[in-house]
Design a binder for this molecule. Structure first.
Ligand SMILES: [Zn+2]
Length: 388
């Protein structure tokens, strides 16, 4: 008898079946249309199961072919939300030793695309939730399954635009090794393009070099990064300061021509308490001034509009409860989540899931079998404490 079958005998029935069906149903999201898929088949599966369990089902159209699922047991907006994204990242064909779209048990692990990040959590949440009926609940229990977390955050953004609060507290089961997380950095990405005038390289007066202008812009960005690092510091993070990375640069075409155009791509990762819109405005203002001084045209383009930093209060009951139940103090992580969008709607959110971020977005992604039962117990305790 395999370890998975063994586990199934102690696991409530149907959990491994739910996980298998979710992994077998591809739902890749990508900014590259070649890889991008609908998440509807996953939403339909979840909706079918939760409908059978007596949940009120509503789907929210996000983009064409994309949707969020909101399934609620009992009524009101002051209960608990168990949330996860339905999409996965694309995978490296040929680098997997297992079929990414088949749940395979081996060495005490479940392999498949989305096992850790994070379709299996949705099955685990349903498994924990199915132990309760509407009669057990004083406050509503909601299962939220979102679209496009890995690509655009459009699911979370659609939700926050609807301004419909789904609960007072939320647990998002992103991979955190069963340890609660209440903080992460924000991020945005920007393109900066300078346009000067090309000309024969033998006489600098025949043109205006965009590349030399970009040199001044790079100096300004590094100075700005230094100022941000001196002003903002948070020791909860491995990298305790905001970061600004110069990730791509291209300019010019030939050594004997003055460079007419130069483009730079950057990302900026902000700490909690910093605002993406203000940072972007400040950055554009400073660079715009340099371009003006040098007589260069300057054009900004948003490469990624951005996701805010997350900062759930340390004394929020859902944070304190998660710390008590896991025995771990809540921490900060380097990756972004949908948490800040829920926080902004008045739903205090903790990131707490069974997977490991080290396995996410990797070939042979897996979830360790021994994480499953503790996660179910954790969610059941949270449901009891918050909803019953
Ligand atoms: Zn994820």
């Amino acid at each position: 008898m395999s370890a998975l079958q063994n586990q199934c005998m102690t696991m409530p029935p149907n959990l491994s079946g739910m996980m298998s069906r979710l992994i077998e149903t591809p739902s890749i999201s990508s900014v590259c249309s070649k890889h991008d898929m609908s998440n509807r088949p996953v939403i339909d599966l979840l909706a079918g199961w939760l409908d059978e369990l007596g949940y009120t089902i509503s789907t929210q159209q996000v983009d064409q072919d994309k949707a969020n699922l909101i399934a609620t047991l009992s009524t009101g907006d002051d209960g608990l939300v168990l949330a996860g994204h339905t999409d996965t990242v694309p995978f490296d064909e040929g680098r997997w030793h297992f079929d990414p779209f088949k749940l395979t048990e081996s060495d005490g692990r479940l392999y498949g695309l989305g096992t850790s990040d994070m379709k299996c959590f949705l099955a685990i949440a349903i498994e924990a939730a199915r132990q309760f009926t509407a009669r057990d609940l004083q406050k509503p229990l909601t299962i939220l399954a979102t679209a496009d977390e890995e690509s655009s955050m459009h699911g979370a953004k659609a939700l926050s635009q609807s301004k419909q609060r789904l609960g007072r507290y939320c647990v998002i089961g992103e991979p955190t090794n069963l340890k609660p997380v209440r903080q992460h950095k924000g991020i945005f990405m920007e393109s900066i393009r300078l346009r000067g005038r090309s000309g024969h390289s033998s006489n600098p007066r025949l043109g205006n070099s965009a590349l030399e202008g970009m040199h001044a812009v790079v100096e300004e960005l590094i100075a700005y990064r230094g100022e941000l690092g001196a002003r903002f510091h948070n020791p909860a993070f491995d990298v305790p300061v905001p970061t600004l990375n110069l990730g791509y640069i291209h300019g010019g075409d030939n050594p004997n021509r003055i460079c007419g155009e130069c483009e730079l791509h950057i990302d900026l990762r902000a700490l909690p308490g910093m605002n993406n819109d203000e940072l972007r405005d400040r950055l554009r203002h400073r660079i715009g001034n340099i371009a003006k001084r040098l007589g260069l045209e300057c054009e900004f383009q948003i490469l990624f509009e951005g996701a805010p930093a997350m900062d759930t209060p340390a004394d929020s009951p859902v944070v304190e409860l998660s710390e008590q139940l896991t025995g771990h103090k809540s921490g900060a992580v380097a990756f972004g989540t949908e948490g800040p969008y829920l926080n902004a709607m008045g739903t205090d959110t903790v990131i707490l899931g069974p997977g490991d971020i080290a396995q996410a977005h990797q070939p042979d992604e897996y979830l360790a079998l021994d994480r499953i039962q503790p996660m179910i117990e954790l969610l059941k305790s949270l449901i009891i404490k918050i909803c019953c």
